[in-house]
Design a protein around this ligand. Structure first.
Ligand SMILES: Cc1ncc(COP(=O)(O)O)c(C=O)c1O
Length: 325
């Protein structure tokens, strides 16, 4: 391994910050936030962990080129493009939709990092795992290492398992609940494997009607067990996905959510993005109110990063703020 790729194989310094919100204080809940957003300026959040073993695998197998999929605001493509620049891989991003006339901040960064972009229709994007699409991409770009959308594969899960590997070293901080936003479920699968049933793990779906996520997580867990040659053990009673905190769908926001995030950030100084982290935080507060997270619990929210995406969401957030003045 060369020294640059070695950088990602070392464990980053992860801070856990205790935050105080009125509601948590009222219900006697301790809320800690694991600041994955702070581990790296570009490879931030869960992306570090999902990409880690994929990048090492690509390097060790002498791939020069990595291809992946995402939308216009994809945190995943953003991180992969940055990683390609840093570690010397050529990167290709297959983007859902037409080439926009004007790039938003995420696409602009991605293209500045040197990722080549290929736009495909939404219909073709749905077939992103189809061998015909992959062969045509192969014919167009040459040999590449494929990282699936969201970095959601066995190596992504292997990295995410490490997110919580230090957590039980300090008994006073041992959580009763770990909560995080969910897109593909790879981060949740990794954290469930890392937690090994020592606490409850809750995923908050960022998508509407994504009941299939449960099976995704089960498949990711069993894929990882197979890879490790271990008995498949899904820690079934220790985790759950909540589907009522999507606020209308992926990347959809409401005035209520924006009001909550603004108040929370002002009170705690915690920077949050609305697509995953804001919704997960809102859910934590609601689950406390509902008694699903009981008084006296210690909760660890995983801040999965995504702050680069706030730039693209700011106009919508601003518009929604004017709805409640
Ligand atoms: C900031 C952020 N949080 C959470 C997630 C959800 O992660 P996963 O797809 O592993 O469920 C993503 C998507 O990768 C993300 O960008």
């Amino acid at each position: 391994m060369n020294s640059t790729i070695l950088e990602i194989s070392e464990r980053p310094d992860i801070k856990i910050q205790t935050v105080h919100s009125d509601l948590c204080c009222r219900y006697g809940v301790d809320l800690d936030v694991m600041r994955l957003d702070q581990i790296d300026e570009e490879l931030s959040g869960n992306k570090w962990f999902k990409l880690k073993y994929n990048l090492i695998h690509a390097f060790e197998n002498d791939y020069k080129r990595i291809l992946s999929f995402g939308g216009y605001y994809s945190n995943h493509l953003h991180a992969l493009a940055a990683a390609g620049k840093r570690f010397g891989f050529e990167t290709i991003g297959v983007v859902r939709g037409e080439d926009p006339l004007k790039y938003g901040p995420t696409l602009q960064d991605i293209s500045d990092y040197g990722m080549r972009l290929k736009y495909i229709s939404r219909a073709s994007y749905r077939d992103k795992t189809d061998s015909r699409l992959l062969s045509s991409l192969n014919a167009e770009f040459g040999d590449f290492y494929l990282v699936p959308e969201g970095g959601s594969n066995t190596l992504g899960v292997k990295g995410c398992k490490e997110i919580v590997s230090d957590l039980w070293e300090e008994p006073s901080r041992k959580p009763d609940y770990i909560v995080m936003g969910c897109g593909t479920g790879a981060t949740l699968a990794g954290v469930v494997l890392g937690a090994q049933g020592r606490c409850k793990v809750f995923g908050i779906s960022a998508l509407k009607g994504a009941q299939y996520l449960h099976q995704n997580v089960l498949d990711l867990i069993s894929g990882y067990s197979e890879y490790e040659g271990a008995e498949p053990f899904a820690f079934n009673n220790s985790w759950q996905i909540f589907h009522d905190y999507h606020f209308g769908g992926f990347a959809k926001l409401t005035p209520d959510l924006v009001r909550f995030m603004d108040a929370f950030s002002t009170a705690t100084d915690l920077p949050i993005e609305p697509v995953y982290v804001g919704k997960a935080l809102y859910a934590v507060h609601d689950l406390i109110r509902e008694g699903i997270i009981p008084s006296g619990s210690r909760v660890l929210l995983i801040h999965t990063g995504g702050l680069q995406g706030v730039r693209g969401m700011e106009p919508l957030m601003q518009k929604l703020r004017t709805r409640f003045v």
